[in-house]
Design a protein around this ligand. Structure first.
Ligand code: CLF
Ligand code: SF4
Length: 514
């Protein structure tokens, strides 16, 4: 396929990155007019240097998140601003799910933990520092940790998440320690709106309040983003969607960050509940529904590619996105481990992962072949129960979340995930939970599972959702395209009448917090 972005390989990386951003970041393949989801671009969509940085980063590549894991180390407790959605005794809500981090670590403890995880989970490719405060409000601890990891495990990519206030002061250090992925949380570019999100910042040894605080913060965020782009460091922007405060405004934010070279935009739902003790939690500020979030992401996608697979991880998360293995790596356990860092073994394992990943893509493309000539307005959503590896491999009753795909004659596109209460509690179906699951996926035509019992099957059918277990352990996207072809055939033959389904009645934050 032609390089549709038209990258000039002789240009410096910062110019290439701007060019990529101007052409919808990492993911527009205009072959056959098919637009791909923001972070699902492949090597043909971007410069080799950029692909090298993105290909096995589970947050920067939607496809990679099925196969590769990340971990966070909680070495950064302090923060230099206050967000109305954050309570310091919880994780950083813009990069994590509310809940205290189990342990705060010294850089030395963090370094040993990283080696322990890397030796146990060879597909762990990225170390992120994302709190529980702001990593750049704790620069010594943050950069000491990066230095230790870079010296002992240089194959691990380093990643940083910040509110951006101190970012312009640290660009050189970020470069020096080979941190090549930085996330800035940007919720506004207008201080009038910012004053309703940030009550204060701590800046030049002073606490600054209200609109002046928001003005300084947005100026520093924009400057930091421009400096990162100029330095050739990939930058993702996270935004928290707060209905009634910045939901409309985030389209403006999207344009502002795109024009400054951001690679990817991740709009996340506000997580807000009274028990978190946050300003928004206590004043009843609601988070968006799944449908509101998707609509905003869709509106922004015309401007830039969107990340839709964020799991709002804890600041000490370990594993594939959506799973958390942090309890296997408590400081006590890690300190007792005799760790032999096997770089060659990791490389060999990752080569196997790469083969599996290529097989997933090839299977989908083969399945797409006879859909090429089809044109139809029919668009459906399906929910998938998966444990990862791009396969339908989770029991309905064990699913803690469903991945949502949009299917059309353009193919399958990952559009998000829905977190639900566990239906199966200790081996018995928990009947009370069933309506919760159905509400969460009510806008889906079908749910793909590895296995499902008779009772939930009947309830799903009664709710008009097709329970599908015939693709057990097969590739998700290949199966999704197969299913869509069958569905379309039935619509054409009049066997079924296609109608738009209602919105899913799920408020992401509320369920995540449950
Ligand atoms: Fe961590 Fe963030 Fe790096 Fe990823 S998380 S510092 S970019 S390695 Fe990823 Fe987690 Fe979403 Fe963050 S899913 S909260 S976007
Ligand atoms: Fe909390 Fe993060 Fe905001 Fe700081 S930047 S107040 S840690 S959410």
């Amino acid at each position: 396929m032609d390089n549709q972005v038209g990258i000039d390989q002789s240009k410096p990386l910062d110019q290439i990155m701007r060019q990529v951003a101007e052409h919808k970041g990492c993911g527009t393949s205009s072959e056959g007019g098919r637009a791909s989801c923001g972070s699902s671009g492949g090597p043909e969509d971007m410069a080799p240097e950029v692909w090298e940085k993105v290909k096995n980063h589970p947050c920067y590549s939607e496809e990679a998140h099925h196969h590769y894991a990340r971990m966070h180390v909680a070495v950064a407790p302090a923060c230099n601003i206050q967000c109305n959605y954050c309570n310091r005794k919880y994780d950083c809500a813009n990069e994590s799910r509310p809940g205290v981090v189990s342990e705060k670590l010294t850089p030395e403890q963090a370094s040993k933990k990283v080696l322990a995880v890397a030796s146990t989970i060879p597909q762990m490719t990225v170390l992120g520092i994302a709190g529980p405060g702001d990593p750049l409000a704790n620069p010594e601890k943050t950069f000491k940790t990066f230095e230790l990891i870079y010296n002992t495990a240089p194959d691990i990519k380093l990643c940083l998440s910040t509110n951006g206030l101190a970012l312009p002061d640290h660009i050189e250090t970020i470069k020096k320690f080979n941190v090549d992925h930085v996330t800035i949380t940007i919720n506004m570019v207008d201080p009038e709106i910012g004053q309703h999100i940030y009550p204060w910042i701590f800046w030049k040894h002073k606490r600054i309040m209200g609109i002046e605080a928001a003005r300084i913060l947005t100026e520093r965020q924009m400057l930091g983003l421009e400096m990162l782009t100029a330095a050739g460091i990939l930058c993702k922007v996270n935004s928290v969607m707060i209905p009634g405060i910045n939901d409309q405004h985030l389209v403006e934010v999207n344009k502002a960050v795109k024009s400054r070279g951001a690679f990817l935009h991740n709009i996340m739902p506000l997580i807000s509940a009274p028990e978190h003790g946050t300003v928004f939690g206590l004043n009843g500020q609601r988070g968006p529904t799944a449908q509101e979030l998707k609509t905003l992401q869709d509106n922004c996608e015309g401007e830039m590619n969107m990340m839709r697979h964020c799991r709002q991880c804890r600041a000490d998360a370990v594993g594939l996105l959506g799973e958390d293995r942090s309890s296997e790596f408590s400081t006590e356990k890690v300190m007792e481990m005799d760790i032999q860092y096997d770089a060659e073994g990791r490389k060999a394992y990752q080569q196997q992962v790469e083969q599996e990943r290529q097989a997933t893509v090839a299977a989908k493309e083969a399945e797409m072949a006879d859909l090429e000539a089809e044109f139809s307005d029919v668009k459906i959503l399906i929910a998938v129960a998966t444990k990862g590896h791009g396969r339908v491999n989770e029991h309905y009753g064990h699913a803690q979340e469903f991945q949502i795909y949009e299917l059309s004659t353009e193919g399958s596109k990952f559009v998000g995930h829905r977190r639900v209460d566990l239906y199966c509690q200790g081996g018995f179906g928990e009947e009370e939970t069933l309506p919760t699951v159905i509400r969460a996926i009510n806008d889906c035509v079908a749910v793909f599972v590895a296995k499902i019992g008779g009772c939930p099957k009947d309830s799903l059918k009664a709710a008009g959702i097709d329970p599908v277990d015939k693709y057990a352990h097969e590739f998700i996207e290949q199966s999704a395209v197969k299913y869509f072809k069958e569905y379309l055939g039935k619509v054409k033959s009049g066997e079924i009448v296609h109608a738009a389904r209602g919105d899913a009645d799920i408020r992401q934050g509320a369920y995540i917090a449950a």
